[in-house]
Design a protein. Structure first.
Length: 277
């Protein structure tokens, strides 16, 4: 887990209702691109660990017989269930639990996916558990926004959200060290998944970048939801000062642009490793 930090159940408390509105989407068609690259053809099972409100689980479900979303936050799973019903996606099951609970009697999988969630786990322990849950040749799949993508070619019709100013405002309200649940992240979150997975016995690393760059317009409410969807600014962290923070946040956004904001959808980076077959 991140150095100097211990997981607790409040990590994303109050964030679930803000995810769908606040978070930018993954690259259009990313699930199909990954399915083609890995040969997913409607057979087998997929497990999405730290699935949140089921964004990736539901995108991947059509490529498998069954998809399971695992998350410790019951509010996230409730949102996931509502979204599945709304989209008419079947063959999906939601399970309450942490990655550290694996294998949790869930059985064998063709793929196990972590979409911007692996860094919150006891990575060596979880990687070893996942290795034992995968069928021979099965894939450990790590999904994230591409870090430092090239600038979008399409000009933005409105200003981008003032992320630097938002960060300064959060620090003014919560202190200079990044908050996460009941603890802090003095050293940020870890990287080098390749070393962790090599220790667990995975091989055959491959990387796929699914392009995006589409322009999406964002309202003030969208950006507020983004802020509250993040672990470092989850609503519970502000306690009885939540109203003061939201008032300051909205004032900052209105000073930055009275007409809303625009952003480029970032490319999606997918890194995969295989259990030897």
């Amino acid at each position: 887990m991140p150095e100097g930090w211990q997981w607790d159940g409040t990590l994303f408390r109050g964030s679930a209702a803000h995810y769908e509105r606040g978070r930018l989407p993954y690259a259009p068609g990313f699930a199909g691109a990954v399915a083609r690259a890995l040969g997913w053809d409607g057979r087998g099972r997929v497990l999405d660990v730290g699935c949140g409100p089921g964004t990736v689980t539901l995108d991947l479900a059509p490529f498998f017989t069954e998809a399971i979303g695992l998350d410790p936050d019951e509010d996230m799973l409730a949102e996931a269930g509502r979204r599945a019903d709304r989209l008419g996606v079947s063959g999906v099951r939601w399970v309450t639990g942490r990655a550290e609970d694996l294998p949790a009697g869930l059985g064998e999988f063709r793929a196990v996916v972590f979409a911007q969630s692996f860094h919150w786990t006891d990575r060596d322990r979880v990687a070893a558990a996942v290795f034992g849950m995968l069928a021979p040749g099965g894939a450990f799949v790590h999904v994230s926004d591409l870090k430092e993508p090239s600038a979008g070619a399409t000009p933005l019709p409105l200003p981008a959200p003032p992320y630097e100013g938002i960060g300064e405002l959060v620090r003014r309200h919560l202190g200079p060290v990044r908050r996460a649940g009941q603890g802090t992240l003095p050293h940020g979150t870890p990287g080098r998944e390749d070393l962790v997975l090599a220790r667990a016995g995975f091989e055959g690393f491959a990387r796929l970048v699914v392009p995006a760059g589409q322009v999406v317009e964002r309202t003030e409410d969208d950006v507020v939801s983004w802020v509250f969807s993040c672990s470092f600014s989850a609503p519970h962290l502000f306690g009885d000062r939540l109203g003061d923070f939201e008032r300051d946040l909205r004032a900052l956004l209105r000073r930055s642009s009275a007409d809303g904001f625009a952003e480029h959808v970032p490319p999606t980076e997918v890194m995969t490793w295989r259990r030897p077959g």
